[in-house]
Design a protein around this ligand. Sequence first.
Ligand SMILES: Cc1ncc(COP(=O)(O)O)c(C=O)c1O
Length: 410
Amino acid sequence: MSEFNVEKIRQDFPILSREVRGKKLIYLDNAATSQKPLAMIEAQARVYKELNANVHRGVHFLSQESTDAYEKSRVKIAKFIGAKSEQEIIFTRGTTEAINLVASTWGKANIKAGDDIVVTRMEHHSNFVPWQSLAKEKGANFKIIELNPDFTLDLNHLESVLKLGKTKILAFTAMSNVLGTINPVKEIAAMAKKYGALVLVDGAQAVAHTATVLKDFGDIDFLAFSAHKMCGPTGIGVLWGKKDVLLAMPPYQFGGDMILQVGDSDTSWNELPWKFEAGTPNYGDSIAFGAALDYLQKIGMKQIHEYEQELLKYAREAIVKLPGIRVLGPEPGLQGGVLSFTSATVHPHDLATFLDVQGIAIRAGHHCAQPLMRKLGVIATNRASFYFYNTKQEIAFFINALGNALEYFQ
Ligand SMILES: Cc1ncc(COP(=O)(O)O)c(C=O)c1O
């Protein structure tokens, strides 16, 4: 077991000691959103209690203080992912908005009829539909890379599509929110670059659960991720982009901070990163996100990943012993802390409801990945997903309750 003290860590998360339905909460829905440590909650409250003023707008003390805190947070994020400059960090509402930003600005400026836009079968709708929609609008071809039977990406299929030389952008996830598959981003990016495609990585799961920084991802152009999946607040996320690519992109929305000068017939844009941050930004949550990153870094992303791997191994070994349970995910080692499964006899929603009565929160549904569900031949799966504050005891309790559910529904 890793050296960090999970019981001590749990004390940082007030919600983990609450009861639901008269039972102790066991929260195993971390791939949807993580719980929040006091350090983040207090940092957010502090913004509104002590330094609230609109950023970049005033010469007065408070406005300068909140602007400083906002921009400091950007620097923290840049360091966290190993970006070359904070100018490459654009605040968005989350992963979804970050991807939509690229599809609607870079996409509209660069995609033309006959181009290929490529995604994979394991994408979340947020990294699927914006590209599908862009392809329709432009008359481009929308291509989906399929999976191997072991739930990894079929790299031969990918290369056969890239080889055609028509791919303008390859958008794929670093870690699947359904299968847990951790994709070899560096290898995939190198392949895309060989054939001249830009690369967008959906980091919604990977940035929260692995110790990966940009240099491990190799030659990518964009990375999108969300604060709420990594102990931060909701409503804030990041688009990282290579500076030269961002500079060449038209703005996303208009007004507020993204403006440099407005004439009667023309307007010029602010420099990076503000060119992409129209209107009053969500500075309260951005500052709190910085506090969440401080918290994660104190624990250590490497430790977090290793500990989650232990939890996953423990859960996988136990769950496969239950009758009729099929795990949908690759070999351990290629999988993050996400465990999707189906029962041969019981509907996923029945299982999740049975567990909910006992205070255990797992997910049932298509996990915003309907194209994947269709390919797997299921309408839904159950998904238990772990974070560093979960314990083996919780998992043992969950597996035991799952066993009881299977028996009950027999
Ligand atoms: C892999 C992946 N991509 C994108 C998203 C969308 O993230 P958000 O809803 O924070 O924009 C999620 C959320 O579950 C996800 O897991």
